[in-house]
Design a protein around this ligand. Sequence first.
Ligand SMILES: O=C(O)C[C@H](Nc1ncnc2c1ncn2[C@@H]1O[C@H](COP(=O)(O)O)[C@@H](O)[C@H]1O)C(=O)O
Length: 480
Amino acid sequence: MRLTDISPIPALTPLDGRYKSQTAPLVEYLSEPALNRERMRVEVEWMILLANGFEGNGFQPIVDGVEPLTEEEQAYLRAIPETFDDEGIKHHAAHEAITHHDVKAVEYYIDDELDCAAEVLGHETQLSKLKTLVHFACTSEDINNLSYARCIKNAMEQVWLPTVHEITDHLVQKAEAYATLPLLSLTHGQPATPTTLGKEFAVYVYRINRQLRHIEAQEYLGKINGATGTFGAHLAAFPHIDWLAVSREFVENRMGLTWNPLTTQIESHDWQAELYGAVAHTNRILHNLCVDVWMYISRGVFAQVPVKGATGSSTMPHKVNPIRFENAEANFELSCALLDSLSATLVESRWQRDLTDSTTQRNAGSALGYSLLALNNLHGGLQSIHPNEAAMRAELDENWEVLGEPIQTVMRACELAGVEGMEHPYEKVKDLMRGHRISQDDVERFIDSLNFDEQTATRLKVLTPATYVGIAAQLLQYMR
Ligand SMILES: O=C(O)C[C@H](Nc1ncnc2c1ncn2[C@@H]1O[C@H](COP(=O)(O)O)[C@@H](O)[C@H]1O)C(=O)O
């Protein structure tokens, strides 16, 4: 049997197949039906503005020959996108099969709805004669750019950002819970000055929060200015209208976007490049977190809570594998690859337009979908780990040589204060400690061999790898 004979056809990509339930929240904003529904919202709102005017023109019709639409007529128009369902999708597809133009098919879809208006409302209505107002003076990109901006803004605000915030909240909890829990640092993979587990989580919180601030301040630009951005058609039809003011009113107040007054046929997509750059950057920070946690698990710093009934390895029954972190790592990479491609290519278009952006933009959902999938796995993974404090202590206890740094630094301070016998502190400590395994006794003997005053010697002797963590816990105050 051919798999394409199965109905519905199995999904080609994992986002809409295996991981469908996890990516579902984005379907509402970034699927093709979502885009077409948004296009309808833009088209009907444009009609309402043209017919009813706005505060700036005293709520007079902007175009001649049209009466202001009644509340009922406006509600009828606004119901068109809201009732766009599976039948509507087929209806639109039937138009597109003939027009081979997706936005023209939206226009015809609305025309059909206007044809039924009198029958549905049960009385005569101006709407039956208003087909000519649909898409008035617009090029398809006027509709597309506004629709995409709104779809992507909603996807970010309703889905992606809340998911990242949940993870950040979880990381804050972990940072606070483990603020004072000492952890051996590794720089270059070698034992280094100890830190605390909480402070290491706080570093991630700080990094993510910086990116979130950029993303939350992101402008979503929109334009409605005709075929090559000159308002040529608008002025040809109605030369006395202040089309700049109408355009601005529509983009800012009706669409809730930032007005772009100066474009070719297309909105230049620079805001998309900015947004995708920041999302990719956040992905990469979280990818770094996945890899770090994976290695902490491998080192025994974290233990994983086994899921009841689940299998780690098909052949090694003892195993609990960190699969959620691995899944997240891979999907962050896929998301970044797509986001990088979108950012790089969307900002270029030949002369007043080429259509390469059209098919590229259709992948915004995939780019954010891979990120959402990664976020879900990362969140699940974080919820299933807890520190193995005994292993962490044992690791610290095996690495007394990390106290070489404080001892040589205190020796320097003593030398500066004129204490005898403190010359070449770095070299002296290096001779004792570099490349050697050092015990607590060795450290104490070394301290005793130097000319420290009693108070300083005691201060150094109470230092252990587990207490040599500076003000790590205090630094959490800066993470938010
Ligand atoms: O308002 C216009 O349409 C003006 C026109 N430019 C266009 N602007 C926006 N969409 C256009 C344009 N041209 C085609 N199409 C339709 O875009 C769709 C492209 O399909 P796909 O490659 O799958 O993304 C597919 O449905 C195409 O039919 C121009 O000549 O400048």
